[in-house]
Design a protein. Sequence first.
Lengths: 482, 436
Amino acid sequence: MSTLNLKDIQGIIARGYGELEAGCYILLSIRDAKAARAWLGRLAARVTPADERPAEQALNIAFTCNGLKALGLDKETVETFSHEFQDGMASDYRRRILGDSGESEPAKWAWGGPGNVPVHILLMLFALNEEARQKFCEMLSQDFQSGGVEQIGETLKAVVLRDEASNCSKEHFGFCDSIAQPFIEGLGKTGPPANTIKAGEFILGYPNEYNLLTERAMVKAERDPQGILTPDAEGSGNRDLGCNGSYLVFRQLQQHVNSFWQFMEEATRDASGKSHPDARIRLASKMVGRWPSGAPLVLSPNADDAALGKENDFAYYATDPHGFKCPIGSHIRRSNPRDSLEPHRGTEKSIAVNKRHQLLRRGRAYGQPVAASMNPEDILHATATGERGLHFICLNANISRQFEFIHQTWVNNPKFDGLYNDADPLIGERGEDEQKRQAAIFTEQTAPLRKHVSRLPQFVTVRGGAYFFLPGLKAIRYLASI
Amino acid sequence: MAHQVALTVRVPIKPGQMDKLRQELALVNGDIEDNELVPFARLSRVHFARFVILDEAQDLRGNVINPTLVFASNVDAPLKNYLDELMAIAREGLDRIFSNGEGYPAPAARTDESRIAYLMARSIKTQAFYINTIGRTVEQVRQEASLRDAIEDFLTRQQATGAMEAWPAQRIIAAVQEHVRTEPSLAWALKRAQGLALWWRLKELVRFILIVLVLLALTPFLILILPLWLVLLRFHEKRDARAGNLRLSSMQRGELESFEDHVVQNQISAVGHIKPGWFRALTVRALLLALSFSVRHVYNRGDLGTVKPLGLVGVNTIHFAQWIMIDEGRRMLFLSNYDGSLVSYMDDFVNKVAWGLNAVFSNGALYPKTDWLFLHGAHDEQGFKAFLQKHQIKTQAWYTAYKQYTALNLTNNAELRAGLFSNLREQERTGWLQRL
């Protein structure tokens, strides 16, 4: 329908900059609104748009609600942003629905929580290698002081854990990650219809999967005297601040890799204490929904098959309605149920509804692997130091219907698809009291009788997070001009 | 086993007593199961209950509607048993709450009879009362949940010792049956769930048949007026006042959110004005009659809205819901008890039964524009969500008797119990075991 204005869309929506393997995230606090706006005006020229394929470096920028306020955006405009964005990820309600309790509660976060310096701006930098990245970082940070902004904490460095054998990038537990990314209608790459999503699900200002425009922030015409912003396509007379932008969800997820494999080891030891390495990997894969190579359990239920590592064109209902191949509660099945939920399971209609709850993931791992080989045997014998995990970053036009819905109604829901007590085995909330921990179960559907694995420890701890607005380029220039 | 009834009491709030009332209700909600006023967990027949304050409002003509308190309970019949138990357990608490309402018996005149008379005199009719599964009592829900827990426990312990390795389904089920037989607290599970009384089912069947016959008899008349009705409908749809910006402020949304998602289920109370004019007044009454008929005689076994011939799939996450016309037909009060988040509830409705929402709620002022009653309307996803959230009001106190079970869980538990001692055929056995 409407062609995407790639010049006005920030590059990170169109691509994850896979070739630029050195990446980092910088959190900033605004100290001086006027200076910061001037700094933003200078920075705007460096922000990478979607119509460029950067060969050497890329830069993208996003703002929290507090950040927009600190920048001097007027109250009336701020209130046109979505409620979730205004409320923030660390609010009482969102803490509850996202399951950020116990060790993951915002009060304990390293950033983004009530006890931390408020995050205003997120800079995402990407470069060819570590050396180039450092230079890029240094060059930008030289401008911070005169730009009225101050870095919060350390630079969050990201790594790409490339696995040559599987030709994929892995996450720290040892599984190939980022395989199932939706194809955006209107962007260059095309894919199967079942996985092609309307641009409006990820980019504000374009039709979404309801064929309507998602609400986005608007500026009264008199507040944009220079006419920087695009006029509202729906004819309200307002200027569209959200146009070509998106909402960005960032959660720093620490992964307890040793604890993960230790649990698998103990759960699969036989009565005589003997280890079963194959069973270990099998149990972990059942929890994930794919084998370490990325092969989906639905297509290869009994053994890993590297040839299927990148396979993403599959569905659940026809071949695996009961979860015998890929457990109902496994991570990938519940974060993207495909055709397995009502209405009309197994059909186009089910997939059509599923398309309304999709995410574009753009995050990267951080920290050194426990064992470079990623082999569980090596991990179990290694001692881990330092922190490692995933900088989980995703983009969506509607935080409530997409990210929060997926997390609350599917991932962190012990009642997902008829289950009773199974929250996501990887990232689900475990609960703080003994009773809840006992109830932390993973069910492996099996014929004739299901197998339970219980007392799952917390494998992932949230270390920080925030909801950001990723503006279009005109919007950035507008923010610099207010 | 009994069917379920809704008792909805509505009383005007005495001028100057609003603050006191809010305080008392806050106490109730502070520990809904065991508070000192109405310890709901001790009421054995209550599925869901709530206290809602309808604040002072103006109707579409500017007339004031005084503030009222609504006390709604969804209970197992007969109502008398509920009221007697309510008195025994909470008479003083009810005094503290309802003494803030107009006309409550003076202290000297308070007896259980006068209290009950007061509640009954101020009870209002529910035009449509949706019950997920008619006949499933609180006792049945609790028993079947405990049965499932016992079976799960037994199986998990057996599996931990390695017994049951490679056992066929038949042997596993036999072991479960044996275990249940030896457990005195599960003696009730040896019998099937007591169904609804035969006389009651016959009465309902007769009612169903009579209504169908009446409809058939009226069909020629209905066919005659249909075109006229359609013309009037289109006239009104084009002319109805459009909603401006219905978005709640972030703060308003935040206030409502603080009450949500504490347990597996949620509730919503919403109140809205009916569009003015006799056409809308008649249409909404007719549609509520149709809704009432369908939820009482058709959608009473776990589903709401499936119409197989039309390929429409319904919603299976609602426990109880009430549609109530109030204030001489000027407003509608909607009370619902459902599973999951409000967002997923609204999403479910938009994705599955938008047509049903449109039929009933399009008679409400400011509803997103419909065409031909069923089209558009709720298909405007954000427009519908804004409409519902704009009309959502705070529920001061809310009780659920089974806060950790979804409707799907309850149905599953019932099927589990039903199949345990019935002679299952080979292929039914694996199906039964998959329920665990």
